[in-house]
Ligand binder design. Sequence first.
Ligand SMILES: O=C(CO)[C@@H](O)[C@H](O)[C@H](O)[C@H](O)COP(=O)(O)O
Length: 399
Amino acid sequence: MSISIGRSPSSTAILPKVCDWRCSSRSTSTPFHQIPRTFVGVRMSAGSASSPIGANLSNELDAVSGFSEIVPDTVVFDDFERHASCRFPPTAATVSSSLLLGICSLPDTKFKSAIETALAASECFGLENSSERLSCFLDRALVNVGAELVRSVPGRVSTEVDARLAYDTQVIIHKVNQLLKLYSQLEVSPQRLLFKIPSTWQGIEASRLLEFEGIQTHLTFVYSFSQAAAAAQAGASVIQIFVGRIRDWARNHSGDSEIDAASKSGEDPGLALVEKTYNYIHKYGHKSKLMAAAVRNKQDIFNLLGIDYIIVPVKILESLKDSVTYPEEKYSYFRRLSPGSARVYNFTEGELMKWDQRSFASAMGPAAEELLAAGLEGYVNQARRVEEFFGKIWPPPNV
Ligand SMILES: O=C(CO)[C@@H](O)[C@H](O)[C@H](O)[C@H](O)COP(=O)(O)O
């Protein structure tokens, strides 16, 4: 079955429906761990962000939402609209290759039409080189879906920048400018956008130069203090730390001085990195907002209260929502991270240096090296899968 998905100005091509080509074997009953990820923020009404919660609590989600913006993770894409109208009204989102793959496994939505429109983009048709053509379709698809997300949420939409570019500052900047240009053709304001860039040294440099131009960046895959501090010094708008991945690494390895130091003092190394980064940002007046991802349980969330954003798996979110809190429990929720405690936090001289490529490289321990490489590999594979899929449907039968 194929349908018209609209014509590009200079072409009469009629493309097949996205789902007919790749996704017919996928069903909406995809196992939970394979579900494409996006993030959707919720802000619930609750007590003040700097004091224990007020008396009228009904559940733990209300309680924790007063301290940090809770960002639901692993949302099945059709749930996006369901959540929008019921349990978790979305405030922000991320568009990535993995999200594009998820969208086409679902019944028709405005998001799937956005991909179909991307595949009819005339400026991609003219490209002789097939990898450039596929990359053009990928950019278009990310931006078209991103623009739909901008219309669907009140907050910012983060667009994944191709992880294959992670080690080239100029190429990252070029890609972000290309994406911005596409967004501006769709009349999306840059104020509504973040560009999600891996925290390699080159990615952090790209973030610094982009932020200088007023372009908002979201530095991801932060696993060490050197990455976090360099990202803050670069002025990244959002810095994302993967708490549970650091903990998982620490459970199975040793030999990373940063992680060993935290473990020796009885701290969880993922939470310790968040705390140190939060305190660094606040003590030294950096503008970055801090995001915690890969939280594994409710206790992680309680330990992170006060951070700007926490990405929470939907299962934990449901459990928070379903936990009734009694008035006498209201003081169990405390803001652990606050500018006040940041002021009295002590950093070593080494930690306060102005990071450069050499000091950054020598401070990256084995945990950060391995976790960054694994994160990049995952994103690169997703981007390849999307392009492979686009390659299969190209050229359409009538071109
Ligand atoms: O980065 C985003 C959204 O921007 C998240 O979906 C993020 O990938 C997830 O929170 C974490 O990666 C989950 O970590 P893990 O459970 O895969 O270790």
